[in-house]
Design a protein around this ligand. Structure first.
Ligand code: KIV
Ligand code: ZN
Length: 394
């Protein structure tokens, strides 16, 4: 039986913090509705103390999106928590997400506080947040570079103060999967009251390990994953929601976890984010990149035309893409060319196909991809006949 994993989406908070990704309140609301439709469990809508716009964004999302928990971020300081509590007032299910750093690096260089002070602040923050809502998440920022014994103390204090979710951020994307999994396992054993709370993970992608780390943590007992659409977020980004979800869908034998995500909405949601922010996804991005279901090499195209199983581990429709794409370029073969010309309505004899392929190769050598008008011209040049009914597009 697959275990349920909560998806905590932070596209509108950590994602939005990244350069070039800021959104207006109305844009946040559009994205929030899409995320609700997608099926995320918790939606972190922003950092209310950060600006008037962020406060407004969180408040609007809290008012309008009633079918999920809406979270607002707050440092472990009174003003932040009160501001978050205020922004979340209209929410059906408000969550205050309060955090403080626990690594000596952050204590010494950033907070300029002692361990004892931070321990005190963590408990006080959670207690204050509990005056606004029963649903309080506590994050130990830079947890993965913190002293383990001290981290255990801070997290235990947060549980004692009333936190129901403990988030263990790999803030700087420093961990490797085995290490992160072991950390989650150790914390689940050692934090006092661990059995009463959900352990959450929040991984940054500085070493490209955010998704792998998140999945290792789930194997070690974490039951909430914080992630973003297209993996956007500070620096190299956060764990990509679409990658986590599809990993569990494609490999239930290895990852027996269930999320509420409607996978066929992944691609449209990714596209919406790109349209709103004006930032395109890298073409080779897993699941939602332009090349994720595109094939150019002749051997691959031939295989996919015979059976998509040869080179696709999931169907494009599962993630909301109408179909895969055979891109015609200099690596393509006759089989793909013939299929594409057929789709355009041309029937070719063996000789015509060979002649068309020769011309196609010459054009492909000059251009990155060969377009439909090039193909029509080639078909006409070799005297191909037009079929009465074109074959469905490939
Ligand atoms: O990366 C981080 O540590 C964070 C916390 C605020 C959760 O984003
Ligand atoms: Zn973060």
């Amino acid at each position: 039986m697959a275990e349920a994993i909560r998806i905590f989406d932070t596209t509108l908070r950590d994602g939005e913090q990244a350069p070039g990704f800021s959104m207006q309140p109305a844009e946040k609301l559009r994205m929030a509705h899409a995320l609700q439709e997608l099926g995320v469990d918790v939606l972190e809508a922003g950092f209310p103390i950060a600006s008037e716009g962020d406060f407004e964004g969180v408040r609007t999302v809290a008012r309008e999106c009633r079918e999920l928990s809406v979270a607002g971020l707050a440092r472990a300081v009174e003003a932040d928590i009160r501001r978050a509590g205020e922004a979340l007032r209209p929410a059906a299910r408000p969550r205050i997400h309060t955090f403080i750093a626990t690594s000596d690096i952050h204590l010494e260089h950033k907070l300029k506080k002692s361990r004892a002070q931070v321990l005190e602040d963590a408990g006080a923050a959670v207690r204050l947040a509990r005056q606004y809502t029963d649903d309080v998440e506590f994050s130990a920022e830079d947890a993965t570079r913190s002293d383990l014994d001290y981290l255990v103390e801070v997290l235990s204090a947060a549980v004692e103060a009333g936190a129901s979710t403990l988030n263990i951020p790999d803030t700087v994307g420093y961990c490797v999967p085995s290490e992160y999994g072991a950390l989650i396992a150790a914390l689940r054993q050692r934090v006092r009251g661990a059995e009463k709370v959900i352990f959450s993970v929040h991984c940054h992608n500085d070493l490209g390990l955010a998704v792998a780390n998140s999945l290792a943590a789930v194997a070690a007992g974490a039951r909430q994953i914080e992630c973003t659409i297209n993996g956007i977020g500070e620096r190299a980004g956060n764990a990509a929601l679409e990658e986590i979800v599809m990993a569990t869908r494609v490999r239930p034998d290895q990852l027996p976890y269930h999320t509420r995500i409607a996978s066929e909405k992944l691609y449209p949601t990714s596209q919406m984010l790109s349209a709103i922010t004006g930032v395109q996804v890298q073409p080779n991005k897993a699941i939602v990149g332009a090349n994720a279901f595109a094939h150019e090499a002749g051997i691959h195209q031939d295989g996919v035309l015979k059976s998509p199983l040869t080179y696709e581990i999931m169907t494009p429709q599962t993630v909301g893409l109408p179909q895969n794409q055979l891109v015609l370029g200099k690596h393509s073969g006759r089989h793909a060319l013939q299929a594409r010309l057929r789709a355009l309505g041309f029937e070719l004899s063996r000789e015509q196909l060979q002649a068309a392929y020769n011309r196609f190769s010459a054009v492909a050598d000059q251009k990155k991809t060969v377009r439909e008008d090039d193909l029509r011209l080639i078909a006409e040049q070799v005297g191909a006949t037009v079929a009465e009914k074109p074959v469905a597009a490939v």
